[in-house]
Design a protein around this ligand. Structure first.
Ligand SMILES: Nc1nc2c(ncn2[C@@H]2O[C@H](COP(=O)(O)OP(=O)(O)OP(=O)(O)O)[C@@H](O)[C@H]2O)c(=O)[nH]1
Ligand SMILES: [Zn+2]
Length: 410
């Protein structure tokens, strides 16, 4: 009887879980296959039988995947033993990430003047932490920067500032959940240049306001760059922003050529010197024209640093370009949405340090909009001369802008 119930040995072996696969691994594998397939990394037959060989292919390719921060890859039994003690990497080299392109990070190593570009991938020990342009990282492995070499990013320094967006509409196709939709676009920048055309396309204050919220809450200094002043007067637009005391640069093109009026670029150069400046703006506002003015060989520079990714695609993520006189501009060509769902009223309030103390007298749960039943203490504060009505109005306008369309940038 016993012999009848037990299948022959060979049969059992064929159906045993492969070494490295986990209990309940089928669901896990299916998830990985789907994710990998969606991203075009594997064909429909990869991972078909859950065999170790196929599964290995899926895992390896996923580790290389540029969005692998979304994917949790558990090492199988066969991989290196897990340990709580992280290696210290005393020999690591400090670098700044200047490009991100599908799992390959262009990192600048060395002191100004003698720096070289090193292509790196994320080390497994970073876990889910994303690496973005502007990050300061530690590299190990081959940091020579020679062709076909690849270093590993083992550490990310704490960020001084973050430009983030939440993708309000991002739903994970595998789980149907809207988790992990907040994303850092750029780290450690000093300022955010909000590039707006005064005409063609028409300026949208909603867009500017949303950028201001992102800048203030991400610890970046906002700068307003108004282009195409040869087509319209900046006065009306600027009147909306006087209470915020923003640095403003107005540029215009002369003679229909590529050359900008000299006054604008000079101010822009001064404003960006020795700083890291992120440029954001709608398509067609003149961002490329500005970048080309600030970085005369921008096209070549972009080409040489974005060639680090795999495959033929050109980069659609942020790229940091060195300014000739010191400092960086970071262009964000791929940014097409700018959700602010992660920003709370308190986050923004904390950046209005002149208004913040007055809210101690607000009723519990006050949303500070002044529009509900609750009496917001900010109104009395302004009535008593504590701050200007324009200042409060600006705060409330920015607060309201959070609810604007997430794709206001596109
Ligand atoms: N009249 C006028 N036109 C300008 C000015 N600056 C740029 N333009 C024109 O506006 C158009 C868009 O400029 P770009 O610099 O390509 O704008 P962009 O923001 O980089 O646009 P995308 O490449 O689509 O992201 C081009 O035809 C420029 O020549 C300006 O100051 N005045
Ligand atoms: Zn209030």
């Amino acid at each position: 009887m016993g012999r009848l119930r037990r299948p022959p040995d060979g049969h059992r072996r064929r159906h045993r879980r492969p070494a490295g696969a986990r209990r309940g691994g089928r669901r896990h594998r299916v998830h990985l296959q789907d994710t990998a397939r969606l991203r075009g990394h594997v064909g429909p037959d990869a991972g078909c039988c859950g065999g170790r060989r196929h599964r290995g292919v899926v895992l390896r390719r996923l580790e290389d995947s540029w969005e692998n921060e979304d994917v949790r890859i558990r090492p199988g039994k066969r991989s290196r033993p897990r340990t709580k003690t992280r290696p210290t990497h005393g020999e690591a080299v400090r670098a700044m990430v200047i490009t991100v392109d599908r799992g390959r990070y262009g990192c600048l190593v060395g002191d100004p003047g003698g720096e070289h570009l090193v292509v790196a991938m994320r080390a497994r020990e970073l876990g889910r932490r994303g690496v973005v342009v502007g990050d300061e990282v530690d590299l190990v492995g081959d940091t020579s920067g020679d062709p076909d070499t690849l270093a590993r990013i083992v550490r990310i320094e704490p960020r001084r500032s973050v430009l983030r967006r939440s993708r309000d509409d991002a739903v994970d196709p595998n789980t149907g959940e809207t988790a992990n939709t907040e994303r850092v676009l750029v780290a450690n920048a000093d300022q955010l240049a909000i590039v707006t055309a005064l005409a063609d396309p028409e300026p949208r204050t909603g867009f500017i306001d949303r950028c201001l919220v992102a800048a203030y809450t991400g610890n970046l200094r906002p700068v307003l760059v108004l282009t195409k002043s040869d087509l319209a007067d900046p006065a009306v637009l600027l009147s909306s922003y006087t209470a915020l005391d923003l640095p403003v640069v107005v540029t215009r093109r002369v003679d229909g050529g590529r050359v900008l009026d000299p006054a604008g670029p000079d101010e822009l150069r001064e404003l960006t010197a020795d700083r890291t400046t992120v440029l954001v703006g709608h398509s067609g506002v003149g961002k490329s024209t500005l970048v080309n003015t600030l970085v005369p060989d921008a096209d070549r520079a972009t080409g040489s640093v974005t060639g680090v990714g795999k495959g033929r695609h050109t980069s659609t993520s942020a790229v940091a370009l060195a300014l000739p006189g010191g400092g960086w501009v970071i262009d964000t060509p791929g940014v097409r949405s700018f959700g602010l769902a992660h920003v709370t009223a308190d986050d923004l309030l904390e950046t209005f340090t002149d208004l913040l103390p007055a809210t101690a007298d607000c009723p519990p749960g006050c949303d500070h909009t002044g529009s509900g039943d609750a009496v917001c203490a900010l109104d009395a504060f302004v009535a008593a001369g504590g701050a200007s009505p324009e200042r409060l109005a600006s705060f409330r306008r920015l607060l309201a802008s959070r609810a604007g369309a997430a794709d206001d940038l596109g």
